[in-house]
Design a protein around this ligand. Structure first.
Ligand SMILES: NC(=O)c1ccc[n+]([C@@H]2O[C@H](COP(=O)([O-])OP(=O)(O)OC[C@H]3O[C@@H](n4cnc5c(N)ncnc54)[C@H](O)[C@@H]3O)[C@@H](O)[C@H]2O)c1
Length: 281
């Protein structure tokens, strides 16, 4: 089975490429830049150009679309919005035109809006699941909301299965060494509800989403089971979001405040990597 992975030269993409190659897939990377390590062929592609996207997806059975400007305010707002929405539109439009039946796209917890809000606001409840309102104030978060809508549209028109992963903060294995700098301070990472997801677990979820059937167009949170902190989840909430009273699980340990229960249920996915294994406390 041939899979095109977009953004395969990026931080998350490198791990997703590696995982699909290890699992025996024929993999091709579509990115504007070359990866540091060449694990599969890279086709230099600007995904905002529909013709280029048709060219790079021709012959593929599935596409995992990770390419994006991955943060708000690193570029002028409209550049981020244009790049992220048009590349996603083109990937799904070309995939539909080529008869590809399965796609994964990278959405983000940033679509909930807390992360880049000018005026800090609180989640309406925790753990945040996929039913929580998406309230971005920035063009990055908005681009992810639009991309999920694009996925729904393409599914309605063609029946293509599209899984949109609302990823928590993605952690490559070498990033665990920075954890001791923040794990005791609830003020750090509060805007992302202290979430994280190991890049290798995200990669597994991408593959399971491509291998699954009958999911339609669905958005799924993806986070590790625990927070990235050495402070309990209840203490984190009391310290930074004392006004949140709608707490929907017991919060008796370090459990994640971004719920991945739906991804676990639909994909039979289970995060395998937790920072406590890699960091001496
Ligand atoms: N890193 C995180 O914590 C995080 C959290 C939530 C969601 N995400 C999402 O996951 C995905 C991967 O993020 P990342 O952290 O690996 O980012 P990254 O910047 O490391 O990688 C993104 C890649 O996309 C490529 N790219 C961007 N625009 C392109 C275009 N128009 N055409 C072709 N290639 C293009 C870049 O060259 C880069 O290699 C993104 O969609 C991001 O929004 C990341």
């Amino acid at each position: 089975m041939k899979v095109v992975i977009t953004g395969g030269s990026g931080m998350l993409g490198q791990w997703v490429v590696r995982h699909f190659v290890e699992q025996g897939y024929e993999v091709s990377n579509a990115d504007v830049k070359r990866p540091e390590e060449q694990v599969c062929p890279t086709v230099i592609t600007d995904l905002t150009q529909l013709g280029e996207v048709y060219g790079v997806l021709a012959g593929a059975d599935a596409v995992v679309h990770l390419a994006a400007i991955p943060v708000a305010y690193s570029h002028p707002n409209e550049v981020t919005f244009h790049n992220n929405t048009m590349s996603t539109y083109n990937v799904l439009e070309a995939a539909a035109g080529l008869g590809i039946r399965k796609a994964v796209i990278a959405s983000s917890e940033s679509s909930y809006g807390l992360v880049f809000a000018k005026e800090r606001f609180s989640p309406q409840y925790v753990p945040v699941d996929e039913a929580h309102p998406q309230l971005p104030e920035d063009s990055y978060g908005l681009s992810k909301v639009v991309n999920e809508q694009t996925a729904d549209m393409i599914h309605r028109r063609t029946g293509m299965q599209v899984v949109s992963f609302r990823l928590g903060n993605v952690i490559a294995p070498d990033a665990y060494e920075r954890f001791p700098e923040f794990i005791h301070d609830p003020r750090q990472r509060d805007r992302i509800l202290w979430s994280y997801i190991d890049a290798r677990d995200a990669a597994t979820a991408c593959r399971l989403a491509i291998e699954a059937d009958g999911l339609g167009s669905v958005a799924l949170n993806l986070a590790a089971d625990d927070t990235s902190m050495a402070v309990t989840s209840r203490e984190l909430m009391t310290a930074q979001y004392p006004e949140v009273t709608d707490i929907r699980t017991p919060l008796d340990g370090f459990q994640s405040l971004l719920s991945s229960e739906k991804a676990k249920r639909l994909l039979n996915w289970q995060p395998a990597h937790h920072w406590r294994t890699y960091v001496e406390q």
